[in-house]
Design a protein around this ligand. Structure first.
Ligand SMILES: Nc1ncnc2c1ncn2[C@@H]1O[C@H](COP(=O)(O)OP(=O)(O)OP(=O)(O)O)[C@@H](O)[C@H]1O
Ligand SMILES: [Mg+2]
Length: 203
C-alpha cells in the first residue's frame, strides 16, 4: 500500500497553558486536496506551520513524504521547506521592494536557480501577465494573493499548504486564481492541505 504523503500522528501544541492543538491525527494521500475548517483561534495556522516545518509540536509527529519533520535541524528544515512545501501564507509575506516577478524568482532561487521565463509564465497562469513589474503595494489584495500562489507553485512542491488562500478573493477571481491553479496542480498528482480553499463556507 502506498504510504500517505502527510501523516499527522496525535499532534498537540501548547503555548504555556493554552492548548492550540490537542491530539490531531489524520492522513493525506498524494493527490488529495483537503480543507481544514474551524473557527478563528482553533489552531488551523498552528497545524499548517507544524506540517510546513515552521513550528514544532509539543507532542506527536508530523511525517511528510516519509520525513519526520519535527526531528529535522534548522538547516534540514530550510531544505525541507524549499524542496517539498509550497506555502500560501495567511498574510502573503511578499517582499515589499521586489516586483511580482522578482518575488516568484526569489522562491526559485532558494530552491535552485531563478528562471525569469518560467516565473513569468507562472504569473500569466494566475492572470497576472500584465502585472509582472508591479510592487506588492501596487497590487490589489487578491492580486497579491495570486502572486503568493504563483510563488507557492513555482518549484512544484509535493505539498501545498495554503492558509485561507481565497479569503481575500472575490468569487470569480477565486475560481480563476485559486481553483484553476490549484485544481491543475491537484490533477497533476500532488496534495494540498488548505484552509477554506473554495472561499468562505460561512458566507
Ligand atoms: N505564539 C503563540 N503564543 C501563544 N499563543 C498562540 C501563539 N500562536 C497562536 N496562539 C494561540 O493558539 C490558538 C490557535 O491559533 P491559530 O493561529 O492556529 O488559529 P487559527 O485557527 O489559524 O485562527 P484564524 O482563523 O483566526 O487564523 C489561538 O488561540 C492563538 O491565540
Ligand atoms: Mg490562521
Amino acid at each position: 500500500m502506498m504510504a500517505a504523503l502527510v501523516q499527522a500522528e496525535d499532534i498537540s501544541k501548547s503555548y504555556g497553558g493554552l492548548r492550540a492543538l490537542d491530539g490531531v491525527t489524520f492522513e493525506v494521500l498524494s493527490g488529495e486536496w483537503i480543507a481544514i475548517m474551524g473557527p478563528s483561534g482553533s489552531g488551523k495556522t498552528t497545524l499548517i506551520n507544524i506540517l510546513g516545518g515552521l513550528d514544532r509540536p509539543t507532542s506527536g509527529r508530523a511525517i511528510v513524504d516519509g520525513v519526520n519533520v519535527g526531528t529535522l535541524g534548522e538547516r534540514q528544515l530550510t531544505r525541507y521547506r524549499a524542496e517539498k512545501v509550497g506555502f500560501v501564507f495567511q498574510h502573503f509575506y511578499l517582499v515589499p521592494y521586489l516586483s511580482a516577478l522578482e518575488n516568484v524568482m526569489l522562491a526559485q532561487y532558494f530552491h535552485s536557480i531563478a528562471d525569469e521565463v518560467e516565473a513569468a509564465e507562472s504569473l500569466v497562469r494566475v492572470g497576472l501577465g500584465d502585472r509582472l513589474h508591479h510592487l506588492p503595494s501596487q497590487l490589489s489584495g487578491g492580486e497579491q494573493q495570486r502572486v503568493a500562489l504563483a510563488r507557492a507553485l513555482i518549484n512544484h512542491p509535493k505539498l501545498i499548504l495554503a492558509d485561507e488562500p481565497t479569503g481575500n478573493l472575490d468569487e470569480g477571481a477565486g475560481i480563476t486564481a485559486g481553483t484553476a491553479s490549484l485544481g491543475a496542480y491537484h490533477s497533476a498528482g500532488d496534495a494540498l492541505a488548505g484552509d477554506r480553499p473554495h472561499g468562505r463556507p460561512e458566507d
